[in-house]
Design a protein around this ligand. Structure first.
Ligand code: GLN
Length: 517
């Protein structure tokens, strides 16, 4: 039995029975990281020594009779979440030497529950992106096809879970960064409601939408992690105390559940096979007893433009603290402070962070504030009202997570607009603070759309046509890429989206498929 392949639920049952130890589990994950991560590049820091020590402590706690869903379970943490005494880079050169002086609240809670932290995962610099290509330390590769991106910005976390380097990982979602990589890597990603899990100790991106959450192998596991990391935190005034979600609630059937399908989430230009897979998944939900109701969210088309005004505004303010001096200055650098001061923001930030700082500064400046920032906030209110209205008529919404599947490394990185459009189905729930989950719901066979030179020979023309539909060969021989189904719920009603996700999972096999590595 490969212990690193287990789900949290399976592992904790075996730990409970005394059939395995946390040390064995942790060693299996560390071995997997060593075996495979030179290809995937999901981890920025691996803390082997600390992890083994934590595993021994967890085993001792169990020996004393303690139980707990995460006691002794190995995980990885996105590198924009602080873990005391360990480097936290946010995948930026400007924080290359920054060592976290305290634990983020979600990390503190994981540690108290006895989870074992194996290391820190790659991301787009400061979580700006949808492909993990914006990392200052190089891109992460998708385990389903190493030539492709894992999605972003929590790409390292999602790729690590898909490749069984850990039993679960933490990501952050500001405008899709948990859901997008989960869908591209064929795993489960849950963005909690804004305010359910604390932002204290996150390297802030967009404070009005940032939220940490789990990336797991099953929906059941996501519910386990969520129940541990959530709750009121005196260090984050936007958190609220919400009742714990019980297993009973999640295990209920979805018979009679009203499932809204917004027509604006099936659009021209999206990958046809993704549309088909998601529609088939919705049909499955119907078969399981859900009532499918067509709905409309006409402001959906404004979600990306509004998001890309509000987000850079908050980024330009949140990144102001990184002046090259305050965080993680090495001794050598400290001897030449003047030089650091004048050069470091220029050297330290990558192109996307700079682009967002400039955009944000512009839309917040006198004379433009009213036209852009204020206007965007007004439209954001419309988007929120629209979601609330529709979600008073239906219980949940079912949509695609992404308009496409994992694209090739380099395919969109030179075109920021193209990259921003990846967020088309995920940014709305972020702006509205709603809980949303992405679960595996199918696979597609990418086809190559090559433009061939005009050829008038009839026979060649026919051949050209078949060329256009040629299936892409994927680097690891697996003939398919994962598709994600997004389920959005009412604010703080994670229980209902988890219920639908779990029932779908029980009735399908998609989440069990593994990349061949
Ligand atoms: N693609 C989004 C962006 O680039 C996602 C960011 C996030 O959720 N951290 O802003």
């Amino acid at each position: 039995m490969k212990l690193n392949k287990l789900t949290i639920k399976q592992a904790s049952e075996l730990l409970d029975k005394g059939e395995i130890t946390s040390l064995e589990l942790t060693n299996a994950c560390l071995a997997r990281i060593k075996e495979i991560d030179n290809k995937i590049k999901a981890c920025l820091t691996v803390c082997e020594k600390e992890a083994l020590a934590e595993a021994e402590i967890a085993d001792k706690r169990r020996e004393k009779g303690e139980k707990g869903d995460l006691l002794g379970i190995p995980c990885l943490i996105k590198d924009n979440i602080l873990t005391k005494g360990i480097r936290a880079t946010a995948a930026s050169k400007i924080l290359e030497n920054y060592v976290a002086p305290f634990d983020a609240t979600v990390v503190k809670k994981l540690k108290e529950a006895g989870a074992v932290i194996l290391g820190k995962t790659n991301l787009d610099e400061f979580a700006h992106g949808a492909s993990t290509e914006n990392s200052a330390f190089g891109p992460t590769h998708n385990p389903w096809d190493l030539k492709r991106v894992p999605g972003g910005s929590s790409g390292g976390s999602a790729a690590a879970v898909a490749a069984d380097m850990c039993l679960f990982a933490l990501g952050t979602d500001t405008g899709g960064s948990i859901r997008c990589p989960a869908s591209f890597c064929g795993v489960v990603g849950l963005k909690p409601s804004y305010g359910r899990s604390s932002r204290f100790g996150l390297i802030a991106m967009t404070s009005s939408t940032d939220v940490p959450g789990p990336i797991t192998k099953t929906a059941e596991d996501a519910a386990i992690v969520l129940s541990i990391i959530s709750g009121l935190d005196k260090y984050d005034a936007t958190t609220v105390e919400t009742p714990r979600i019980s297993r009973g609630e999640i295990n209920k059937s979805i018979k009679g559940l009203k499932i809204g399908v917004p027509k604006e989430y099936f659009i021209e230009g999206m990958e046809k096979q993704v549309e088909e897979a998601v529609k088939a998944a919705i049909a499955k939900l119907k078969e399981l007893g859900g009532e499918i109701i067509p709905v409309s969210l006409p402001h959906t088309k404004y979600a990306v433009p509004v998001y890309y005004i509000i987000t850079p505004s908050e980024i330009s303010s949140n990144l102001a603290r990184f002046d090259g001096i305050k965080y993680g200055l090495s001794e050598k650098d400290a001897q030449n402070l003047a030089e650091i001061y004048f050069k470091s923001r220029g050297k330290g930030f990558g192109p996307e962070a700079k682009r967002r700082i400039m955009l944000g500064t512009y839309v917040l400046s006198a004379g433009y504030y009213d036209a852009y920032y204020l206007q965007a906030q007004k439209v954001r209110t419309r988007i929120i009202q629209e979601f609330d209205r529709v979600l008073s008529e239906v219980d949940i919404l079912a949509t695609p997570t992404s308009p496409d599947t994992a694209f090739k490394i380099g395919e969109k990185s030179n075109d920021p607009m193209q990259m921003y459009l990846e967020d088309i189905f995920v940014s709305g729930a972020s702006l509205a603070g709603l809980p949303a989950i992405s679960i595996p719901c199918g696979f597609i066979h990418p086809v190559r759309y090559e433009k061939k030179k005009e050829d008038n020979n009839k026979e060649n023309k026919l051949r050209q046509h078949s060329m256009l539909n040629k299936r892409e060969k994927l680097s690891n021989g697996v003939n398919g890429l994962p598709v994600g189904l997004q389920i959005i719920g009412r604010r703080f009603d994670e229980a209902t989206i988890m219920r639908a996700a779990r029932e779908f999972e029980q009735a399908t096999e998609w989440h069990k498929k593994k990349p061949e590595l």
